[in-house]
Design a protein around this ligand. Structure first.
Ligand SMILES: NC(=O)c1ccc[n+]([C@@H]2O[C@H](COP(=O)([O-])OP(=O)(O)OC[C@H]3O[C@@H](n4cnc5c(N)ncnc54)[C@H](OP(=O)(O)O)[C@@H]3O)[C@@H](O)[C@H]2O)c1
Length: 269
């Protein structure tokens, strides 16, 4: 059983607490969280020990520390934990904090950045993973394995050089919100044509789940699948034309690009 410490028990901290118990052997969780009600929720829902105000005990407990505070809170946090950080293992999910920035405060070579999304709570997040210069020894390799295993139980590890982590923000971290937007729009289309929103939404969610299942199972790319659905002079091609008239493909591409660029911008801030 692994002891994992989470600093910042917000949306993402909670998603990690929900997902990480899937690790083989299970986990014991400890949290540091400034909002007492959130620390209490961590204890109640996940049996996590509250180490808030006891950093020394927290670092004695945690084999791996997950940094899950908002970017604007990260600098102060890093300064606080710096004295406890020597040779400890850290995974940061803080958007915009580069490994170099983390390394200015954390006195350890065992650093990784994750870019997950909200689906981590269900073990369905595509998690971008980047490492710094890990020591080329057993400890370094061990940390790499542990981190990739953690990303895998949260949904799936996609290891990329840090320069491409902003793309994982656009595709995965923010991308899930683009999919929520699409599902909402699909449901509204059903409403426009006469179905109640709740029923239309349930159908839209099923359609997205079905599409994902077909894509995962088949080995065919989306373009090939579209041509299997769209028959000549049929209903689908009529709808597809409307989508493209409205700039759908270019709009989604721009959304991913804008989120990626914003993530890069935050790295420079
Ligand atoms: N949400 C997403 O979908 C998503 C996806 C990928 C990555 N991320 C990254 O994940 C990080 C967390 O996002 P989130 O949405 O989970 O934020 P959040 O809900 O605001 O959670 C952060 C929590 O940390 C607490 N906190 C702040 N400073 C602290 C400190 N020094 N010690 C202990 N706890 C502290 C906050 O308390 P206060 O409210 O009092 O500040 C808050 O409860 C962000 O850096 C974000 O870039 C988020």
């Amino acid at each position: 059983m692994k002891n994992i410490g989470i600093i910042g028990f917000g949306n993402m901290g909670e998603a990690f607490a929900a997902g990480l118990p899937r690790l083989p052997g299970g986990v014991r969780l400890g949290v540091v969280e400034t909002v007492p009600a959130r620390a209490a929720a961590a204890k109640e829902s996940f049996g996590a020990e509250d180490f808030t105000g006891r950093l020394e005990d927290f670092f004695a407990f945690a084999e791996i520390v997950v940094l899950a505070v908002k970017p604007q809170d990260a600098e102060a946090l890093l300064q606080n934990i710096s004295p406890h950080s020597r040779d400890r293992k850290f995974i940061s999910i803080v958007a915009g904090k580069t490994l170099a920035r983390l390394g200015r405060h954390l006195r350890s070579p065992y650093l990784a950045r994750f870019m997950p999304n909200l689906a981590a709570v269900h073990g369905k997040a595509a998690v971008g993973v980047s490492f710094g210069d890990l020591p080329r020894d057993q400890a370094g390799e061990g940390f790499r394995r542990e981190a990739l295993e953690m990303a895998a139980v949260l949904g799936g590890a996609v290891e990329v050089p840090e320069s491409l982590l902003p793309v994982m923000t656009g595709l995965s971290g923010s991308g899930i919100a683009f999919v929520f937007s699409f599902v909402h729009a699909l449901a509204l289309g059903g409403v426009k044509s006469g179905l109640a929103y709740d029923r239309a939404l349930a159908v839209a969610v099923s359609v997205v789940e079905g599409a994902a299942a077909v894509l995962r199972a088949g080995g065919e790319n989306p373009a090939a699948l579209i041509s299997r659905v769209a028959s000549p002079a049929g209903t689908t091609i009529a709808g597809l034309q409307e989508l493209e008239d409205a700039g759908f493909t270019a709009g989604v591409m721009r959304a991913v690009e804008a989120a990626s660029l914003r993530a890069r911008e935050l790295e420079g801030a």
